[in-house]
Design a protein around this ligand. Structure first.
Ligand SMILES: [Zn+2]
Length: 306
């Protein structure tokens, strides 16, 4: 195996005893162009998926070196923002509504905040917000568009004081990180007593995952941990979180976002991309038409308290 890979013990329980679920279809240099876009279609590249015999957690093993992964994310460009903006703003209103049910107007940290859509809605709802994000480009967008307090640093480097935040959120982050347990332990440390954690990640036991198997859109080279409600709950419990429960919010997808991967799959994207550009007349209309569905369909969203 190439030296740019590293093997992991189970990121949930630390054991090194697994069965292989399916092999990788990646080539040695596939990680170089690793950062994917919303044009991504099912059936792309993925790593070797294994299942821990001890705690049943499904994870990719080996992975690309953690330092390489961080470097790739820090160089990620926000090329697709005009496509995702409308539906991320819509979905994050519902995410803020979920957080509000459990904790009101206080210090909130969003880890892996991307372009800041969730933080924008959270600050409008009265939270005092802070974001961290590896992508320099996304950080600039969040500052420029929304005037948010966002830092472009790895979470590990940020050493926040103990008992600091009332709410910490991780929206679609845990599936990307090499050592999710370490992050969650640090999250617990910097939360105030009774502080709230919200973590949401794709669910490999959801209906689409079960129907599509390896062709499920969340089996892709950047997703290196595949949680279920049960494994996510177990890891939080083992770290010491209390009153853990599975929750949901309303996800949104615009007609444009649904349609673009189909065009790409049919190899019609290149000839038709100007017609369906988010700033074209048709693109604008399709970007405003939203389908809403429960996040439970494809995600596990779990809350817990310190
Ligand atoms: Zn395990």
């Amino acid at each position: 195996m190439n030296s740019s890979f590293e093997y992991r013990n189970c990121p949930c329980c630390g054991q090194n005893d697994f069965e292989v679920l399916f092999e990788s279809n990646m080539k040695a240099d596939d990680f170089q162009g690793a950062v994917e876009t919303v044009y991504m279609i099912p059936g792309g590249r993925w790593g070797r998926h294994v299942k821990c015999r001890s705690c049943k957690f499904i994870y990719v093993n080996p992975i690309y070196k953690a330092s390489e992964i961080n470097k790739a994310y820090s160089q990620r460009k926000s090329v697709d923002v005009s496509i995702i903006r409308e539906n991320r703003l819509r979905a994050s209103e519902s995410q803020v509504g979920l957080v509000k049910q459990y904790k009101n107007g206080t210090y909130l940290l969003d880890i892996g905040c991307g372009e800041g859509f969730f933080l924008f809605n959270a600050s409008r709802a009265g939270y005092i917000t802070k974001g961290i994000e590896l992508s320099q480009d996304a950080v600039e967008y969040a500052r420029r568009e929304f005037g948010l307090d966002v830092e472009a640093k790895p979470f590990e480097e940020l050493q926040f004081p103990e008992d600091h935040f009332d709410v910490i959120t991780l929206w679609q982050v845990l599936e990307h990180v090499p050592y999710p347990r370490m992050i969650l332990e640090e999250v617990r440390r910097i939360l105030k007593p009774e502080g709230l954690l919200v973590a949401s990640t794709p669910n490999i036991e959801g209906i689409p995952a079960k129907m599509l198997g390896k062709r499920w859109w969340n089996v892709r080279r950047l997703h290196i941990n595949q949680f279920t409600v049960k494994t996510l709950t177990t890891v939080l419990k083992n770290i010491g979180f209390r009153n853990i429960s599975s929750v949901s919010y309303k996800e949104s997808i615009s007609l444009l976002m649904l349609f673009l991967p189909i065009l790409k799959y049919l190899k019609l994207y290149e000839p038709l991309k100007d017609l369906f550009h988010p700033r074209s007349m048709l693109g604008k209309v399709m970007n405003k038409m939203m389908l809403a569905y429960s996040s439970k369909l494809d995600n596990c969203t779990v809350i817990g308290f310190k």
